[in-house]
Design a protein. Structure first.
Length: 339
């Protein structure tokens, strides 16, 4: 069993090294720029980690990505694993288990690598945001408004809470995936925290209107205070809808004291502009294991900005959560995004 794991890891690393230098999984050409919209192009994708293992841990179920301080990638799975990945090949370099204060598995969804190297990880079961050491140990946890807790403790629906997590204005921002009970369908809340010398305190909250039938699986802040927001949905027999938006919360109303968000007058929601519907991207020769409007698509859930390309476009890396399902794929996408 151990030999099989080692061989699988070595094979995945070799495949990744080959795949990430190409426009598709088997091409020998260099990276190409393929337009999805006037603002977004997709350079390449990689399936190299799909259905592999590393040190006995399944490599997949990815729900969040972040650039670590040494330039590598940190990645969390929603099956209680924190990975370090090589930034060029995606090959796993280490993995540590995650658990709550009682040793129970965590449904990890969002990830921020803080300035001191600690990992801020959001979970949607409670929900919660915890600070972890690089070895997975829990250091402390942030306060959460009662209304955002899963019912009956609060008004959130199960599996609909803190999916996205990002640094924001020196502090932190977490995005709910779906609306609270009592809020209008599609109106989701973004919660922020301010940073102080002794930790984080609750700060403003904002409303964001997701497209009909879609939720918010990930959000990434830009230096100017705007946000990249992923919206996602799934229809059986049709496949995934994945859209990338540029959102601006800078003039949005603080909704933390508003019990029910119903689109009422005087409440300014976060403004958003569609950057791309990823179904419009070229498929780059990708294949899908189940019906999709574009075979390139899968259950995309993770996003991070890895740098800037020549010309100033953002280099954005996405990853899908395969749910450890034979009909889904662990796939990474390299995008260039102009904002």
């Amino acid at each position: 069993m151990r030999m099989r794991t080692v061989l699988s890891t070595a094979t995945a690393a070799l495949a990744a090294a080959t795949c990430l230098t190409a426009a598709g999984p088997s091409s020998a050409a260099g990276p190409q720029h393929h337009t999805c919209s006037p603002s977004v192009s997709v350079d390449r994708f990689s399936d190299a980690l799909d259905k592999t293992t590393y040190q006995g841990t399944y490599v997949g179920n990815f729900s969040a990505l972040a650039v670590d301080r040494d330039g590598s990638l940190a990645a969390v799975s929603d099956r209680s694993a924190l990975f370090s990945l090589d930034a060029r090949t995606l090959a796993p370099r280490s993995v540590v288990p995650l658990a709550d204060e009682n040793g129970a598995p965590l449904d990890s969804e969002g990830l921020v690598v803080d300035r001191d190297g600690t990992r801020l990880i959001s979970t949607e079961g409670e929900p919660a945001v915890r600070r972890h050491a690089a070895d997975g140990r829990i250091l402390d946890r942030l306060p959460v408004p009662d209304a955002l807790r899963v019912a009956p403790a609060g008004r959130a629906v199960p599996n609909g809470t803190f999916e996205g997590l990002t640094r924001f204005r020196g502090g932190l921002l977490a995005s709910m995936e779906y609306a609270l009970s009592g809020d209008s369908a599609g109106l989701v809340r973004f919660q922020t925290w301010d940073r102080h010398r002794d930790g984080f305190t609750l700060a403003a909250q904002y409303g964001y209107r997701a497209d009909t039938g879609l939720g918010v699986p990930e959000v990434t802040a830009l230096p100017d205070g705007r946000l990249l927001v992923l919206e996602r949905g799934f229809t059986a027999g049709v496949g995934n809808t994945v859209r990338l938006y540029l959102a601006d919360p800078r003039r949005a109303t603080d909704t933390s004291s508003i019990e029910n968000l119903t689109g009422q007058d005087g409440v300014r929601l976060i403004r958003k502009t569609l950057l791309a519907d990823l179904a419009a991207c070229p498929d780059l020769g990708a294949t899908a294991k189940q019906p999709q409007p574009n075979p390139l698509l899968d259950n995309i859930e993770a996003m991070t900005v890895t740098g800037r390309a020549k010309g100033g476009a953002l280099k954005v890396l996405l990853a899908s959560d395969d749910n450890q399902n034979p009909a889904q794929t662990t796939r990474f996408y390299s995008l260039r995004v102009r904002v």
